[in-house]
Design a protein. Structure first.
Ligand code: ISL
Length: 559
């Protein structure tokens, strides 16, 4: 167990800089704001900070549309601020992982601006295609393929200048880079080496399994509506393993320090993830998979919400634990800047907010894999509970509403219910530091409304209460640091058919941890045979009852 990589014992904390802490009163979080809050992270005990994009950007998708990879956007500060952040984290024994967004750039990146000229040597750096055979550019249905984009509408945008279309899997301001071109790949690798030389400790790679496309660009099958799902042509495309192995070789191999790489991979299967994270193949250390965050999506997609069935969650996590048991490694997450708040989603953000948030944390963190905590999750922050369209800012949500209205599906009431449950702004409301105006996030006007519950749900209150969500996260992180069974023990699912209780063991040598979580607001019997040992962690005070109380979590250690 001594030679297992350091990140098996580590917990990563994601900072979404726009919403973390604002030092200059412009209503948008910034790097100096983060620097002022490092005590919070140190007290929590996390090992790594993953910083969402702070690069120069028109902010069409809050920084996931980059116009210069080597410049810090003035809204977040300066390169000097970032150097200071790296140094301050390192001084406290923490690492910094940067977001790497290289499936696409901004349409305002100089590479794309040059590429718009058909005679430019950079023309081939993006995916330019003429209108469909025999059709006039701009005519309805003349797009080179019938694929729909992640953010609504076609993936193709016509550029009047050349009369050709460019591909964008996300917004029209996020043109896809052409990874077939070796110059593109080398430019990306140069940029990555430049950041590593500056002292960053790894990368979280945005939609990295979408970078290789089927170059024949075939139409997809239209199932409902006008546009098709083109994902078969770009999810884990033909050259994806080759590109990631090349990146590893060019950027990471031979570096003296052991870095951390995590690939965000929508649509990845467990079999594919095993290959991506097999150390012998040297591609990435771990991936973010999406199965468990799709379990409450209906046939109409993410905004067509249905209740979670616990058996589906167990089946899914169980397969990932088994599939990556001997080869590869899991990442573990409930929340990030794209997902609704877990306590509102799979827990109870009212009466049992504290209990359900701590139960969900316990179950997740004690799986085998590296846990990720998204800012505010450690406080039990909830969904925004917005009631009006004009409270939302996210491009995905706004485009979804526009598309639904243009095709006339759904009442306003249904639309509001869908985005209130699933919209990405739920995760993006400002961090709740204390009960002062705007939750202590800013002295100005926050770019997105602060959650109305900040007077009671905030970091100051959580830190002052030993039974809080915050102190439970601290205890879970400390347990991972202290007890090797958490990092490296084998996983066995128990009670796979119980509809409300999640139960499993972790075993290493002669030690066994047994974890129980009640996924309901009712008392549940979870009869497990034998002596489970000592209770090492729970989320209820006082004597242990025979049955599990609402949203109760227990961790036993036996030998
Ligand atoms: O949240 C989603 C929409 O339902 C996902 O499809 C999300 O767009 C996908 O996980 C990719 O996310 C990443 O790339 C996007 C960016 O908008 C997200 O914030 C980022 O995490 C494009 O760069």
């Amino acid at each position: 167990t001594q030679d297992a990589p350091w990140w098996t014992r580590a917990v990563v904390y994601q900072v979404y800089p726009r919403s973390f802490a604002d030092s200059d009163g412009d209503g948008v979080g910034d790097l100096r704001g983060i620097l002022g809050r490092l005590d919070h992270l140190a007290e929590l005990g996390v090992d790594v900070v993953w910083l969402s994009p702070i690069y120069a950007s028109p902010q069409d998708d809050n920084g996931y549309d980059i116009s210069d990879y080597q410049v810090v956007d003035p809204v977040f500060g300066t390169l000097e601020d970032l150097d200071d952040l790296i140094a301050a984290l390192h001084a406290r024994g923490m690492k910094l992982v940067m977001d790497l967004v290289v499936n696409h750039t901004s349409d305002e990146h100089p590479w794309f601006l040059e590429s718009r000229d058909p005679a430019s040597p950079r023309r081939d750096w993006y995916w330019w295609r003429p209108a469909r055979d025999g059709m006039a550019a701009g005519a309805p249905g003349a797009e080179p393929t019938n694929w729909g984009s992640f953010f609504g509408g076609s993936v193709w945008e016509l550029d009047e200048r050349s009369g050709e279309y460019f591909l964008h899997l996300f917004s029209r301001k996020q043109p896809d880079l052409n990874w077939e071109n070796p110059q593109v790949r080398n430019a990306v690798y140069d940029m990555m080496r430049w950041w590593l030389d500056r002292g960053v400790d790894g990368f979280r790679m945005d939609v990295i399994n979408l970078i290789s496309k089927d170059t024949t660009l075939p139409d997809g099958v239209v199932t409902g509506g006008l546009l098709a799902d083109g994902s078969a042509s770009y999810v884990c495309g033909p050259r994806i393993h080759e590109f990631l192995a090349e990146m590893h070789q060019e950027v990471f191999a031979g570096r003296p320090e052991r870095l951390l790489t995590v690939g965000e991979m929508p649509g990845v299967t467990v079999e594919q993830a095993r290959d991506f994270t097999d150390p012998a193949r040297a591609e990435v250390d771990m991936v973010f998979q999406f199965e468990h965050v799709g379990l409450d999506h209906g046939p109409g997609g993410k905004f067509d919400v249905r209740p979670l069935r616990l058996l589906d969650l167990k089946a899914s996590f169980g397969r990932w634990q088994a599939g990556l048991a001997d080869v590869g490694w899991n990442s573990l997450y409930w929340d990030n800047h794209d997902q609704p708040r877990i306590v509102s989603r799979f827990g109870d953000d009212g009466r049992y907010r504290r209990e359900s948030a701590t139960m969900l944390a316990t179950v997740l963190h004690l799986h085998r894999g590296t846990p990720y905590v998204y800012q505010g999750e450690e406080l039990g922050m909830t969904n925004a509970h917005f009631t009006r369209f004009d409270q939302y800012r996210d491009i995905e949500t706004l485009n979804h509403v526009a598309v639904a209205r243009s095709v006339g599906t759904g009442s306003d009431e249904d639309l509001l219910a869908g985005i209130a449950a699933m919209g990405r702004d739920n995760a993006r409301t400002p961090m709740q530091w204390d009960d002062s105006p705007h939750a202590g996030f800013t002295t100005g006007t926050p770019w997105l409304e602060v959650n109305a519950n900040y007077p009671s749900v905030n970091a100051a209150a959580e830190r002052a209460d030993p039974g809080s969500v915050f102190h439970h996260y601290r205890a879970l992180i400390a347990l991972r640091h202290e007890d090797p069974v958490v990092a490296l023990g084998d996983f066995t699912m128990l009670l796979p058919d119980h509809e409300h209780v999640y139960a499993f063991t972790r075993r290493l040598g002669d030690e066994t941890l047994t974890v129980l979580g009640n996924f309901s607001g009712e008392v549940q019997d979870a009869a497990l045979d034998g002596d489970l040992g000592d209770l090492v962690l729970g989320n209820y005070a006082g004597p242990v009852a025979p049955a599990l109380r609402p949203w109760e979590a227990r961790v036993y250690r036996g030998r």
